[in-house]
Design a protein around this ligand. Structure first.
Ligand SMILES: *Cc1c(COP(=O)(O)O)cnc(C)c1O
Length: 403
């Protein structure tokens, strides 16, 4: 797998995670950039106040909504980690998705979106975006270079998510990006699973990397945060859209993002290790049809994942091998002691939800003999998590027998 050396600072990934974006000397020696709370920034004089160019000067404080040193610390660190030219923080992962799409899409445009994308992104495209006169067409996440056949003269952008939400298909991002570039379309990718470090989106041909910082960057389930990282060409359109839409992230949430970032590597390594242990255990269960986990050698996406990614996180899925009466699923899920039943992921705690990809897809069908589930492996002891899953299957089987 590719190394993670840095061309910019010369330091390796974990060193960068600990040091990027902060400047203790600028804040009286404070290790962490403090939380700047504020709206108004007082200008020295009228000339400065009326100088609109300062809005585009990196690191300049102009108005609270446009960022403070608290924001710039995180944005600088994320942009450098991902290898992008700039990053802007917004209020949530979904705000990052909608701002990024609205930065490019205009009435009369056609956009291509992977059939495996995060469901609220789909809802945005089929609802508000459609109302604005933009047509969204969904495509098979495994289409690869054949995406060329779907690109029309008015196709403004191609939107990817790899691995896909809920179903974890690994997309051939370089092949799709190449085809999109040849036809002049922008490439946007939801990189939440990547957590800024598990692949190099810009080297794979992506123009805009969209991340729910809410997940692994914050890492403790205690803040909402969106991050849009861009290459040079996409930076201005994205900044303009974020400003026009009035988007910004709150200072305390941004601070929690930066604080989470500093421990990202050790957390991710443990999340990934536990996820693999759980997935390997689940693979042996008689109830399980297949795992949806690119880190497993027999996963259909494993080869591309090895080629393009530098590791995995704690999020994966599984499919059961026979029809699952709802009461059996309810008995399993509702009775879990350690796995919480909740949206979101990337915190220190484990989660498990039932999922319904067969109801969402339009370009492809989701063929699964039994229910699909998504698991987030938290930082608990893996043996306790396995025991919780084992007890869950016992409840599941006891109720299933009655049906
Ligand atoms: C959670 C999530 C989002 C949205 O993030 P929020 O901060 O919850 O708005 C976007 N994409 C993916 C893949 C996610 O899992």
């Amino acid at each position: 797998m590719a190394g993670s050396g840095d061309e910019k600072s010369g330091y390796r990934r974990d060193t960068k995670i600990a040091h990027l974006g902060r400047d203790p000397a600028a804040f009286g020696g404070m290790v962490n950039t403090p939380v700047f709370r504020g709206s108004t920034i007082i200008a020295e004089n009228l000339d400065t106040y009326e100088d609109t160019s300062r809005r585009d000067r990196k690191g300049a404080m102009v108005y609270g909504r446009m960022g403070t040193p608290t924001t710039f610390t995180l944005e600088t660190a994320i942009a450098e980690l991902e290898g992008g030219s700039g990053c802007v923080a917004v209020s949530s992962g979904l705000a990052a998705v909608t701002c990024a799409v609205l930065a490019f899409a205009e009435a009369g445009d056609h956009i291509l979106m992977s059939d495996s994308v995060y469901w609220p992104a789909r809802k945005f495209c089929d609802g508000l975006l459609k109302r604005l006169g933009v047509e969204t067409e969904y495509f098979d996440p495994l289409i690869g270079g054949d995406i060329a056949g779907l690109i029309r003269p008015n196709t403004k952008l191609v939107y990817l998510e790899s691995p896909g939400s809920i179903t974890f298909e690994v997309q051939d991002v370089p092949a799709i990006s190449k085809a999109a570039k040849e036809k002049g379309a922008w490439v946007l990718m939801d990189t939440t699973w990547v957590a800024s470090v598990l692949c190099r989106p810009f080297e794979l041909g992506v123009d805009v990397s969209i991340q729910a910082g809410t997940k692994y960057i914050v890492g403790h389930s205690d803040a909402m945060l969106g991050l849009i990282t861009t290459n040079e060409a996409a930076e201005k359109p994205i900044r303009d859209a974020v400003r026009s839409l009035g988007q910004c992230a709150g200072p305390d949430d941004v601070y929690l993002g930066t604080r989470g970032l500093r421990t990202l590597s050790v957390r991710l390594a443990r999340h990934a290790e536990t996820a693999l242990k759980l997935a390997e255990w689940l693979q042996q269960r008689p109830e399980v049809e297949r795992l949806l986990c690119p880190a497993l050698p027999d996963d259909p996406g494993h080869e591309i994942w090895r080629r393009d990614f530098e590791g995995a996180c704690g999020l994966f899925g599984l499919v059961l091998n026979a029809p699952c009466p709802r009461p059996a699923v309810v008995a399993m899920i509702d009775g879990m002691s350690l796995f919480g039943l909740g949206a979101s992921w990337g915190g220190y705690e484990s989660l498990m939800i039932a999922s319904y990809p067969e109801k969402i897809r339009t370009a492809t069908t989701w063929d699964a003999p039994g229910r699909t589930f998504r698991i987030h492996a938290g930082l608990e002891d893996p043996a306790d998590l396995i025991a919780d899953l084992e007890a869950g299957f016992e409840r599941f089987n006891a109720v299933r027998k009655e049906h």
